[in-house]
Design a protein around this ligand. Structure first.
Ligand SMILES: [Zn+2]
Length: 288
């Protein structure tokens, strides 16, 4: 059963959200607003012309919203209290590309099928490419704890960096600004600021060892161990269980260990846990 009124409200909400964004990022306001504005117009078009072959990909998304999510074989009544779902994780990436222009283009070419909500340049420029409330395609096949659809619950942030260079201070400062905004607006838990390699350790290595996770944790984004308070874990300590409890997918244990060490040990990313590595892991595990 179609629920055009509900969809209309949803799209209006998204449109007004996009408008709010325009106060912060006037540069991106136009495409965001245009995107949803055209969606609103399309709603009438769809009623008159149901042949989806004639619709643009964007118009098809509106048809999808109208058709899916409802189960017409069950009684349909409408509750009046709802809003849109909020992101609960932030995933940080490096682009592994050479320029911000290259990344923007990558996210606009139909065949690539990848995107992120934000791209941050080496000079600190912040570019919003998608509304926070829509599902960007940045995580790919990934798992964190029991969550297997990270795209549905997260915001993706790409840092313009080729993976072999440090992240400039201006870029990290801008990242902090974005993270501050997202954390306060969506009440994202401290531990839920993580990297792409955390959720896809077999496939990804971003952000690289140059990424300042400790600095982020000091500002309340992500977790760090208590330096100077490391102790050897007890004999009963199970390192694999600890990695799992933190969130790592240990089906490829070596990959999970490397991802953990790239982030917390940095100077050594071999796929074995030394006594020192275990003391770091034990310290972090106790925070969960
Ligand atoms: Zn990535």
């Amino acid at each position: 059963m179609f629920r055009p009124v509900s969809i209309g409200i949803l799209l209006c909400s998204l449109l007004s959200l996009a408008s709010c964004k325009s106060k912060i990022q006037p540069v991106v306001a136009k495409p965001l607003v245009a995107s949803f504005a055209s969606a609103l117009v399309v709603e009438e078009k769809v009623e008159a012309k149901p042949d989806t072959n004639l619709l643009t990909p964007e118009e098809r998304k509106v048809v999808f919203l109208q058709k899916s999510g409802n189960h017409p074989y069950w009684r349909q009544e409408e509750a009046i209290h709802y809003d849109v779902r909020k992101p609960n994780y932030v995933i940080i990436h490096h682009t592994a590309q050479d320029s911000i222009g290259q990344t923007i283009k990558t996210f606009q070419i139909p065949r690539t099928k990848v995107s992120s909500h934000y791209v941050i340049g080496r000079n600190g420029e912040i570019i919003q490419m998608l509304n926070d409330y829509v599902r960007s395609w940045h995580a790919g096949v990934a798992k964190w704890g029991s969550i297997v659809d990270m795209n549905s619950c997260s915001i993706g942030i790409e840092l313009d960096n080729n993976g072999r260079e440090p992240f400039p201070e201006a870029q990290i400062n801008s990242l902090m600004t974005v993270l501050d905004t997202l954390k306060s607006r969506y009440l994202i838990p401290t531990n839920n600021f993580i990297g792409h390699a955390d959720i896809a350790p077999s496939r990804k290595n971003d952000p690289s060892v140059f990424f300042p996770w400790k600095k982020l944790a000091e500002r309340g984004f992500g977790i760090w161990y208590d330096e100077g308070q490391l102790v050897a874990p007890p004999d009963s300590f199970n390192a694999i269980d600890a990695l799992k409890i933190i969130g790592y997918d240990t089906s490829n244990l070596k990959a999970a260990i490397v991802a953990f060490k790239r982030k917390f040990v940095v100077r050594d990313t071999t796929p074995e846990l030394t006594i020192y590595d275990k003391s770091v892991l034990y310290n972090i595990y106790k925070k969960y």
